[in-house]
Ligand binder design. Structure first.
Ligand code: NAI
Length: 300
């Protein structure tokens, strides 16, 4: 089979100064894409800023014979997101691919989490992904082509102690991705999300050190690169990926239980087992499909 290449494509990768984003940028550039390497260059909590990390990755790409340009702006501000997109337009004349990857952690048990800790994490992951995609959207629509990958997390999909802010942002990105997939369909834009597991500065004190290599960032990037390739047909999907394993995550609905006429609290109690049944489940592709069983119930 032929190698997947990205010649003629322009990619923006946010938070590409370290970790997963750096690997995404190196891989796409190594396969012929022109890449905007964005990174604010702060620490894991988002404190501080430095143009160094983005610049270092650009130099690495150039040393390997690729094309890239650095951008040190903040994804969480309107001006920053617009500047990131403008960097792509100025340097390469267009945009084809957006990988929303930038992220920070401000973990705290819910009891102690402050509104500032909540807002700060939502701002980078959720609002930042919105702002960058939003700044790129008109260009993608106009050219009738685009590939977007948003970075969710198992913590968002399933919850995780100490991460009420982070998991809210990460599950928010699932809804965001699915809606972009619907709105982008007739313009050739495909949007998907990943829920990765990898050894980076974000997880080095959470994951066992013995697994550092097995959970390398290079075990996540191939999925991202595939999802942003022109041959990818998937859209609105979420994939968990790490250590060389990839799986589709399903937002599914059980068979349910229903009755006509009055519904009492006791009806709910008495049918709790049927309400909670997981099989046979459906995986609705949109709200229309999700409404199907309700419409059938009302009509039956
Ligand atoms: P990382 O800390 O190595 O990389 C995140 C990058 O984003 C950093 O280089 C940072 O400077 C940059 N960044 C932070 N705020 C920014 C802003 N406002 N504007 C521009 N750049 C900004 O961490 P890692 O692990 O590579 O994380 C990448 C993404 O993957 C994040 O969204 C993270 O939440 C997500 N993720 C990672 C997991 C893992 O196991 N490493 C698990 C689940 C999700």
């Amino acid at each position: 089979m032929s190698e997947l290449r990205y010649e003629g494509r322009v990619a923006i990768v946010t938070g590409a100064g370290h970790g997963l984003g750096r690997q995404h940028a190196l891989e796409l550039a190594g396969r012929g894409a022109k890449v905007v390497v964005n990174d604010l260059g702060g620490d894991r909590s988002g404190a501080g800023a430095s143009a160094g990390p983005a610049q270092d990755v650009v130099e690495e790409i150039k040393k390997n014979g690729g094309e890239a340009v650095a951008n040190p702006d903040n994804v969480a501000t309107v001006e920053g997101a617009q500047a990131i997109v403008q960097t792509a337009l100025d340097a390469f004349g267009k945009i084809d691919i957006v990988v929303n990857n930038a992220g920070i952690l401000r973990d705290r048990s819910f009891k102690n989490m402050t509104p500032e800790e909540f807002d700060g994490v939502i701002a980078v992951h959720l609002r930042g992904s919105f702002l960058v995609a939003s700044a790129a959207w008109a260009h993608l629509r106009e050219q009738g082509y685009g590939r977007i990958v948003n970075t969710s997390s198992p913590a968002g999909l399933f919850g995780n102690f100490g991460q009420a802010n982070y998991s809210t942002a990460k599950m928010g990105l699932v809804g965001f991705t699915k809606t972009l997939a619907h709105e982008g369909r007739k313009y050739g834009i495909k949007a998907n999300a990943i829920a990765p597991v990898a050894w980076t500065r974000m997880t080095e004190d959470l994951l066992p050190a013995a697994n550092a290599d097995a959970l390398g960032v290079d075990k996540v990037t191939p999925l991202v690169a595939y999802l942003v390739h022109e041959s990818n047909e998937a859209s609105g999907e979420v994939y968990t990926v790490g250590g060389g394993r990839v799986a589709r995550i399903l937002v599914a609905e059980g068979p349910g239980w229903g009755k006509k006429g009055d519904l009492s609290v006791e009806d709910i109690r008495d049918n709790w087992e049927a309400i909670n049944a997981a099989e046979p489940h459906t995986v609705p592709a949109n709200v229309g499909e999700q409404m199907g069983p309700l419409i059938q119930h009302l009509g039956s």
